[in-house]
Design a protein around this ligand. Structure first.
Ligand code: SF4
Ligand code: ZN
Length: 457
């Protein structure tokens, strides 16, 4: 069993689950394929699935995440965590009213890929799927933020939008509980980083159950908060579930948090470390912090006032009465929608206007040598991905900030993330719509000689 999996911020990886050469410690019959060091178990596919589902069931029951009368909405992203969550919840609670939510964020080449995956999954599980099309409903897409000051914080804007939309969707379909796929590694990693920043408020929000701020809002639950990240992935592979296979262009160049890496290091000598930290935080630190906060509020008589956002009506505690999503969207609308893709005609008119245009061929050197747009430089995507910051700096130094960089590949899929990264780096990056194929179709010039090849930035 193998799966090509791509996680935001990491190069695609192939995950393989294969026999360990020993029998399963549960059934003692089948060959074990997964070792869980913290539990001192080696499990076969079936026993691992049972183990996983049992933990989800126990967690839901222990923390009273939902009851038989609740309508539970699972926020699907198409990534391994939410996919494993939906499947496991369906197995653990076959009679529960469960629905799935997906937000089409309009992220180029990515959102549509994920939509296909979540459709396939929900079809297979017989779960009703509600899709919220951001463009259709609100007139903008996440990519539009690339032209605002948030271009270097795309994931944070995206997270704010997603949270607001999920709450809105829950209201629309009458879901009383909203389940998300946060796993153990996310939870403990975020906890540690908040701890070092002294941000105890964020730590207390990492609890597995968050009651609604105002009545009528869904309760938020995290049934996988004590499931190690890798196990979500194994679960998806073993059960052959449809899952994301390419990564978000905005995660390009992002890296796994240093705290998560630190934890993985610590885990090598202490397989229990993540569970231990989770328990200290939730059982000791959070209750202590909440008590102090309560006392403080009583002493100063300053209570966090939650009101309805003047624009969208969702709860907010911001002093001006406009929630953080609506504030960001307002800024976006002021800017007017600029786009990251550009057609061959538009490139030509830019050149006619006298703009300095530099074509950046992101394909392999051999493809570039064979055929390219005249004057293009070759910056293979892998190379760029590997040392993005340096590449952007070099381009800026060599061509100047006013230059328009038009990235292209065969059809536009590979060049888009590079254009996005150039934008984030403060350069005017565009991706050529339809790539070199469409360029040629529209009568654009290409050169094919081997002579005078310039590679690199
Ligand atoms: Fe995920 Fe960030 Fe892409 Fe949003 S923008 S889908 S948070 S990687
Ligand atoms: Zn709002």
């Amino acid at each position: 069993m193998a799966l090509r999996y791509s996680k935001c911020g990491l190069p695609a990886m192939t995950v393989e689950v294969k026999g360990l050469g020993v029998r399963c410690s549960e059934c003692k019959r089948e060959e074990a394929v997964i070792e869980l060091k913290y539990a001192r178990k080696k499990l076969c596919p079936k026993c691992f699935t049972d183990f996983f589902v049992r933990r989800v069931k126990r967690t839901v029951e222990k923390y009273r995440m939902f009851g038989p009368k609740d309508r539970v909405a699972v926020a699907l992203s198409g990534g391994k965590d939410s996919v494993a969550l939906l499947d496991a919840l369906k197995r653990a609670f076959p009679d529960q009213d469960i629905v799935a939510f997906y937000i089409d964020l309009g992220i180029h080449h990515y959102s549509s890929h994920l939509k296909e995956k979540v459709k396939a999954l929900t079809d297979r599980l017989g779960v009703p799927l509600y899709i919220y099309d951001l463009k259709e409903r609100e007139g903008y897409v996440i990519d539009d933020f690339l032209t605002t000051k948030f271009r270097s914080k795309m994931c944070s804007v995206c997270g704010i939008v997603k949270r607001a939309v999920f709450t809105q969707m829950a209201k629309e379909v009458g879901a009383t509980v909203m389940a998300t796929g946060h796993n153990l590694d996310d939870t403990v990693g975020t906890m540690l980083s908040a701890f070092f920043a002294g941000d105890f408020e964020s730590i207390s929000r990492l609890r597995p159950v968050l009651k609604p701020l105002v009545p009528g809002q869904p309760k938020k639950v995290k049934p996988l908060f004590n499931t190690p990240e890798m196990e979500d992935l194994y679960y998806v592979v073993i059960n052959d579930l449809p899952v994301q296979e390419c990564h978000c262009p905005h995660s390009f160049g992002a890296s796994v948090s240093k705290y998560k890496r630190m934890l993985d290091e610590m885990e090598k000598s202490n397989p229990n470390v993540k569970f231990q930290l989770l328990s200290v935080f939730l059982k000791k630190l959070v209750p202590m912090y909440e008590k102090v906060k309560e006392m403080e509020e009583e002493r100063t008589q300053v209570f966090l006032e939650v009101k309805e956002c003047k624009v969208c009506g969702l709860p907010t505690s911001s002093p001006d009465g406009i929630c953080s999503r609506c504030r960001r969207v307002a800024m976006l609308k002021e800017r007017g929608g600029q786009k990251v893709e550009i057609s061959a005609e538009e490139v030509r008119s830019l050149m006619e206007e006298g703009k300095r245009v530099v074509f950046v061929d992101v394909r392999s050197p051999s493809a570039y040598r064979m055929e390219r747009i005249p004057g293009a430089i070759n910056v293979p995507k892998e190379e760029f991905e590997f040392n993005q910051r340096k590449a952007i700096k070099k381009l800026r130094r060599k061509y100047g900030k006013g230059t328009v960089f038009v990235t292209y590949c065969y059809a536009g899929r590979e060049s888009y993330p590079v254009a996005v990264a150039l934008r984030r780096g403060g350069l005017k990056g565009y991706s050529l719509l339809g790539g070199i194929s469409e360029w040629k179709e529209k009568g654009g010039e290409v050169e094919t000689s081997d002579a005078e090849v310039k590679t690199g930035t």
